[in-house]
Write a protein that binds this ligand. Sequence first.
Ligand code: 13P
Length: 326
Amino acid sequence: MILSDLVSHYGFLNLPVPEHINLKEEILRLKKEKNAILLAHFYQHSEIQEIADFIGDSLALAQKAQNNSADIIVFAGVHFMAETAKILSPQKKVLIPDLNAGCSLADSCNPQDFKQFIDEHPNHKVVSYVNTSAAIKMLTDVVCTSSNVVKIIKSFPKEQQLIFAPDRNLGRYVAQQTGRDLVVWNGACTIHERFSLEKILELKQQFPDAKILSHPECTQPILAVSDFIGSTAHILEFSKTDSAQTYIVVTESGILYKMREASPQKTFIPAPPNDSTCACNDCEFMRLITLKKIYTTLLYELPEVQLSAEVIEKARKPIERMLELS
Ligand code: 13P
């Protein structure tokens, strides 16, 4: 099989790697040799965060993708993030170590149905979360992330009717925060909807001084009992400056690596999911990215994110609009 066939078949380079090599050292060497940059989301495995050039939330990663002098971007995150990097830096080679690293939220909004939804709501402007495919971004006026969603919605005049997609929980949250009446697409992130309110409240009884920190993609009953609601970057910042010593963290558990690193004296407890057979909430898509796949990706420069010039041009405008407003 040639390498591109492996990518078409598996979505990644399913190749054996010699056992004796030190993957971290090899990745660092290849990055330097090829003038490549490794961007990682807070939800990535800790060993990936340890060697990344930049770690951030969706907004910071998009900004970094646009502003760097590398020839190659290796994206340790999910597909829509790598796609956004390619849209913002089309002259660069953008690699994602596993094309199967999707996003349940992005998948909950397909372009045909979304186009019909927009047609059913004439005179509405469209605000889409960055957790969408390029095809959805092409139908969007302004993109947003969980860091800037309130600001983006407020940037529209009060009388402007708005569609918000695709996350129903984030949509409800931002409608409350801004007092705006939004037409919200009925999508959700399976990870953030998996947390158990009952178990979070049990933890709170066990640790009464603990503060509950939640991502706005969580369901309303969980947001209602939270002490702080914000993007991964905002949750991390809050935990650094806040005076509490213990936190129940209601988002993907990858964020705990940076929280513990920044505040080693504090205790961070990952919120439990409904399904008690697993100990924490890991995004199965984020966790598809491994050191081994990053190594083979850098070595062979595959899989690469490919987008047509038309898609790049049309999807770029709403992302750039967001970056101007941020
Ligand atoms: P932020 O990066 O904006 O915190 O959101 C991450 C995400 O994709 C949640 O599903």
